[in-house]
Design a protein around this ligand. Structure first.
Ligand code: NAP
Length: 336
């Protein structure tokens, strides 16, 4: 297979950036078909890239010309498209979240295991970020001693006015949930949400900001601030405190300006710029691995584990207490 023929479901904000990426920044792939509920956008994207346009994602998945599928549609549709791709025996990259509930994710896991083949990768792109990878290499080397605590910040300048409170967890902190499981080689076993005062910039009743506290199996405590109306830019921070030192994510490299008795650097505006290299590496790796017939990235199991943790967070929002994460033992199929 010289060129992987990809079908992309969802031509919204991230779908369009992934189509552009697969076309101009990733080698060995071509977008041959697109689909979206918004047919106007889908048709215009299809015309721009010389791809076919389908009204239904299922028809795109069935197209024999489509060898692998990327799902970037609205969250509630992820499950049905991933299941259809598994049924068709096609590799599928699904943007986070894999599905909306742990039960739905478990269903995907079950179908993938029954198919007997790893086909699903979830879009947790931070695992491909050079700085997170450098942190992981240092932590894995043991030179920091055992990790004891971690402090994470996830701030967006503004957010979609239709977002409900749960999106702070299912759409935002889900990245920290996954990356901390991966970084610390540990599972999260309990979660609690603490609600600070709500920002005056929140107009839709969303409870923002939020602080989430996690406990891992080995006893590490992780605090995560999610703040989707911080006004000033997109800001991701992460620090791990070990027994013999601390390690933290650097700010993205920007020129430093000294002017008018101030020293400053730009903060990026949103996720598209902050993780652009990580997305490119993630997709190049997915294309290469798909051509080689393997999955080597966040699996359906990781998608399930992240949502199981998110569900404990949402429960804690209702009860105000620490809530246990209900997650099954990792099946051998996913111990890769
Ligand atoms: P988007 O711009 O809203 O587009 C997603 C598509 O879903 C659009 O076709 C949109 O149609 C449609 N849609 C939106 N609301 C809908 C509704 N209520 N009913 C039916 N369809 C609806 O979203 P996006 O930012 O591209 O996000 C797409 C997926 O990627 C989401 O699952 C998101 O969580 C994920 N994502 C991941 C990352 C990451 O960092 N990995 C970053 C961003 C997004 P319209 O064009 O008509 O609105």
């Amino acid at each position: 297979m010289t060129v992987l023929q990809v079908g992309v479901i969802g031509t919204g904000a991230i779908g369009r950036t992934h189509i552009e990426r697969l076309t101009n920044h990733v080698t060995g792939a071509r977008v041959v078909a697109v689909s979206d509920i918004n047919q106007e956008t889908a048709q215009s994207v299809a015309a721009q890239y010389g791809a076919k346009c389908y009204a239904q994602g299922e028809d795109l998945i069935r197209d024999p010309e489509v060898q692998a599928v990327v799902v970037c549609s609205w969250d509630p549709t992820h499950e049905k498209y991933v299941l259809a791709a598994i049924e068709a025996g096609k590799f599928v990259f699904c943007e986070k979240p894999l599905a909306e509930t742990a039960d739905s994710c478990r269903n995907i896991v079950k179908q993938e295991m029954e198919s007997g083949k790893h086909l699903v990768q979830v879009g947790f792109m931070r695992r491909f970020d050079t700085d997170y990878r450098a942190m992981k290499a240092r932590l894995d080397s043991g030179s920091m001693g055992a990790p004891l605590m971690a402090h994470c910040v996830h701030r967006n300048a503004t957010s979609n006015s239709q977002y409900e409170t749960k999106v702070n967890v299912t759409g935002t902190a889900i990245h920290e949930i996954d990356v901390m499981r991966w970084l610390l080689n540990d599972d999260i076993v309990a979660a609690k949400i603490v609600q600070p005062r709500v920002s005056k910039y929140v107009k839709n009743g969303q409870k923002d900001p939020q602080i989430i506290v996690f406990q891992t199996k080995t006893g590490i405590i992780i605090d995560v601030e999610t703040f989707l109306h911080c006004q000033y830019g997109y800001d991701i921070q992460c620090e791990v405190v070990g027994e013999e030192g601390t390690i933290r994510l650097p700010d993205p490299a920007q020129v430093i300006v000294r002017q008018k008795a101030k020293c400053s650097f730009d903060i990026l505006e949103d996720w598209r710029y902050r993780f652009i290299d990580a997305y490119n590496i993630e997709f190049q790796s997915w294309v290469n691995n798909t051509k080689a017939g393997i999955v080597d990235g966040p699996t359906a199991w990781d998608g399930y584990a992240a949502i199981a943790v998110a569900e404990a967070c949402l429960k804690s929002r209702e009860t105000g207490k620490w809530e246990a994460v209900h997650i099954e033992e990792t099946p051998e199929f996913y111990l890769i």
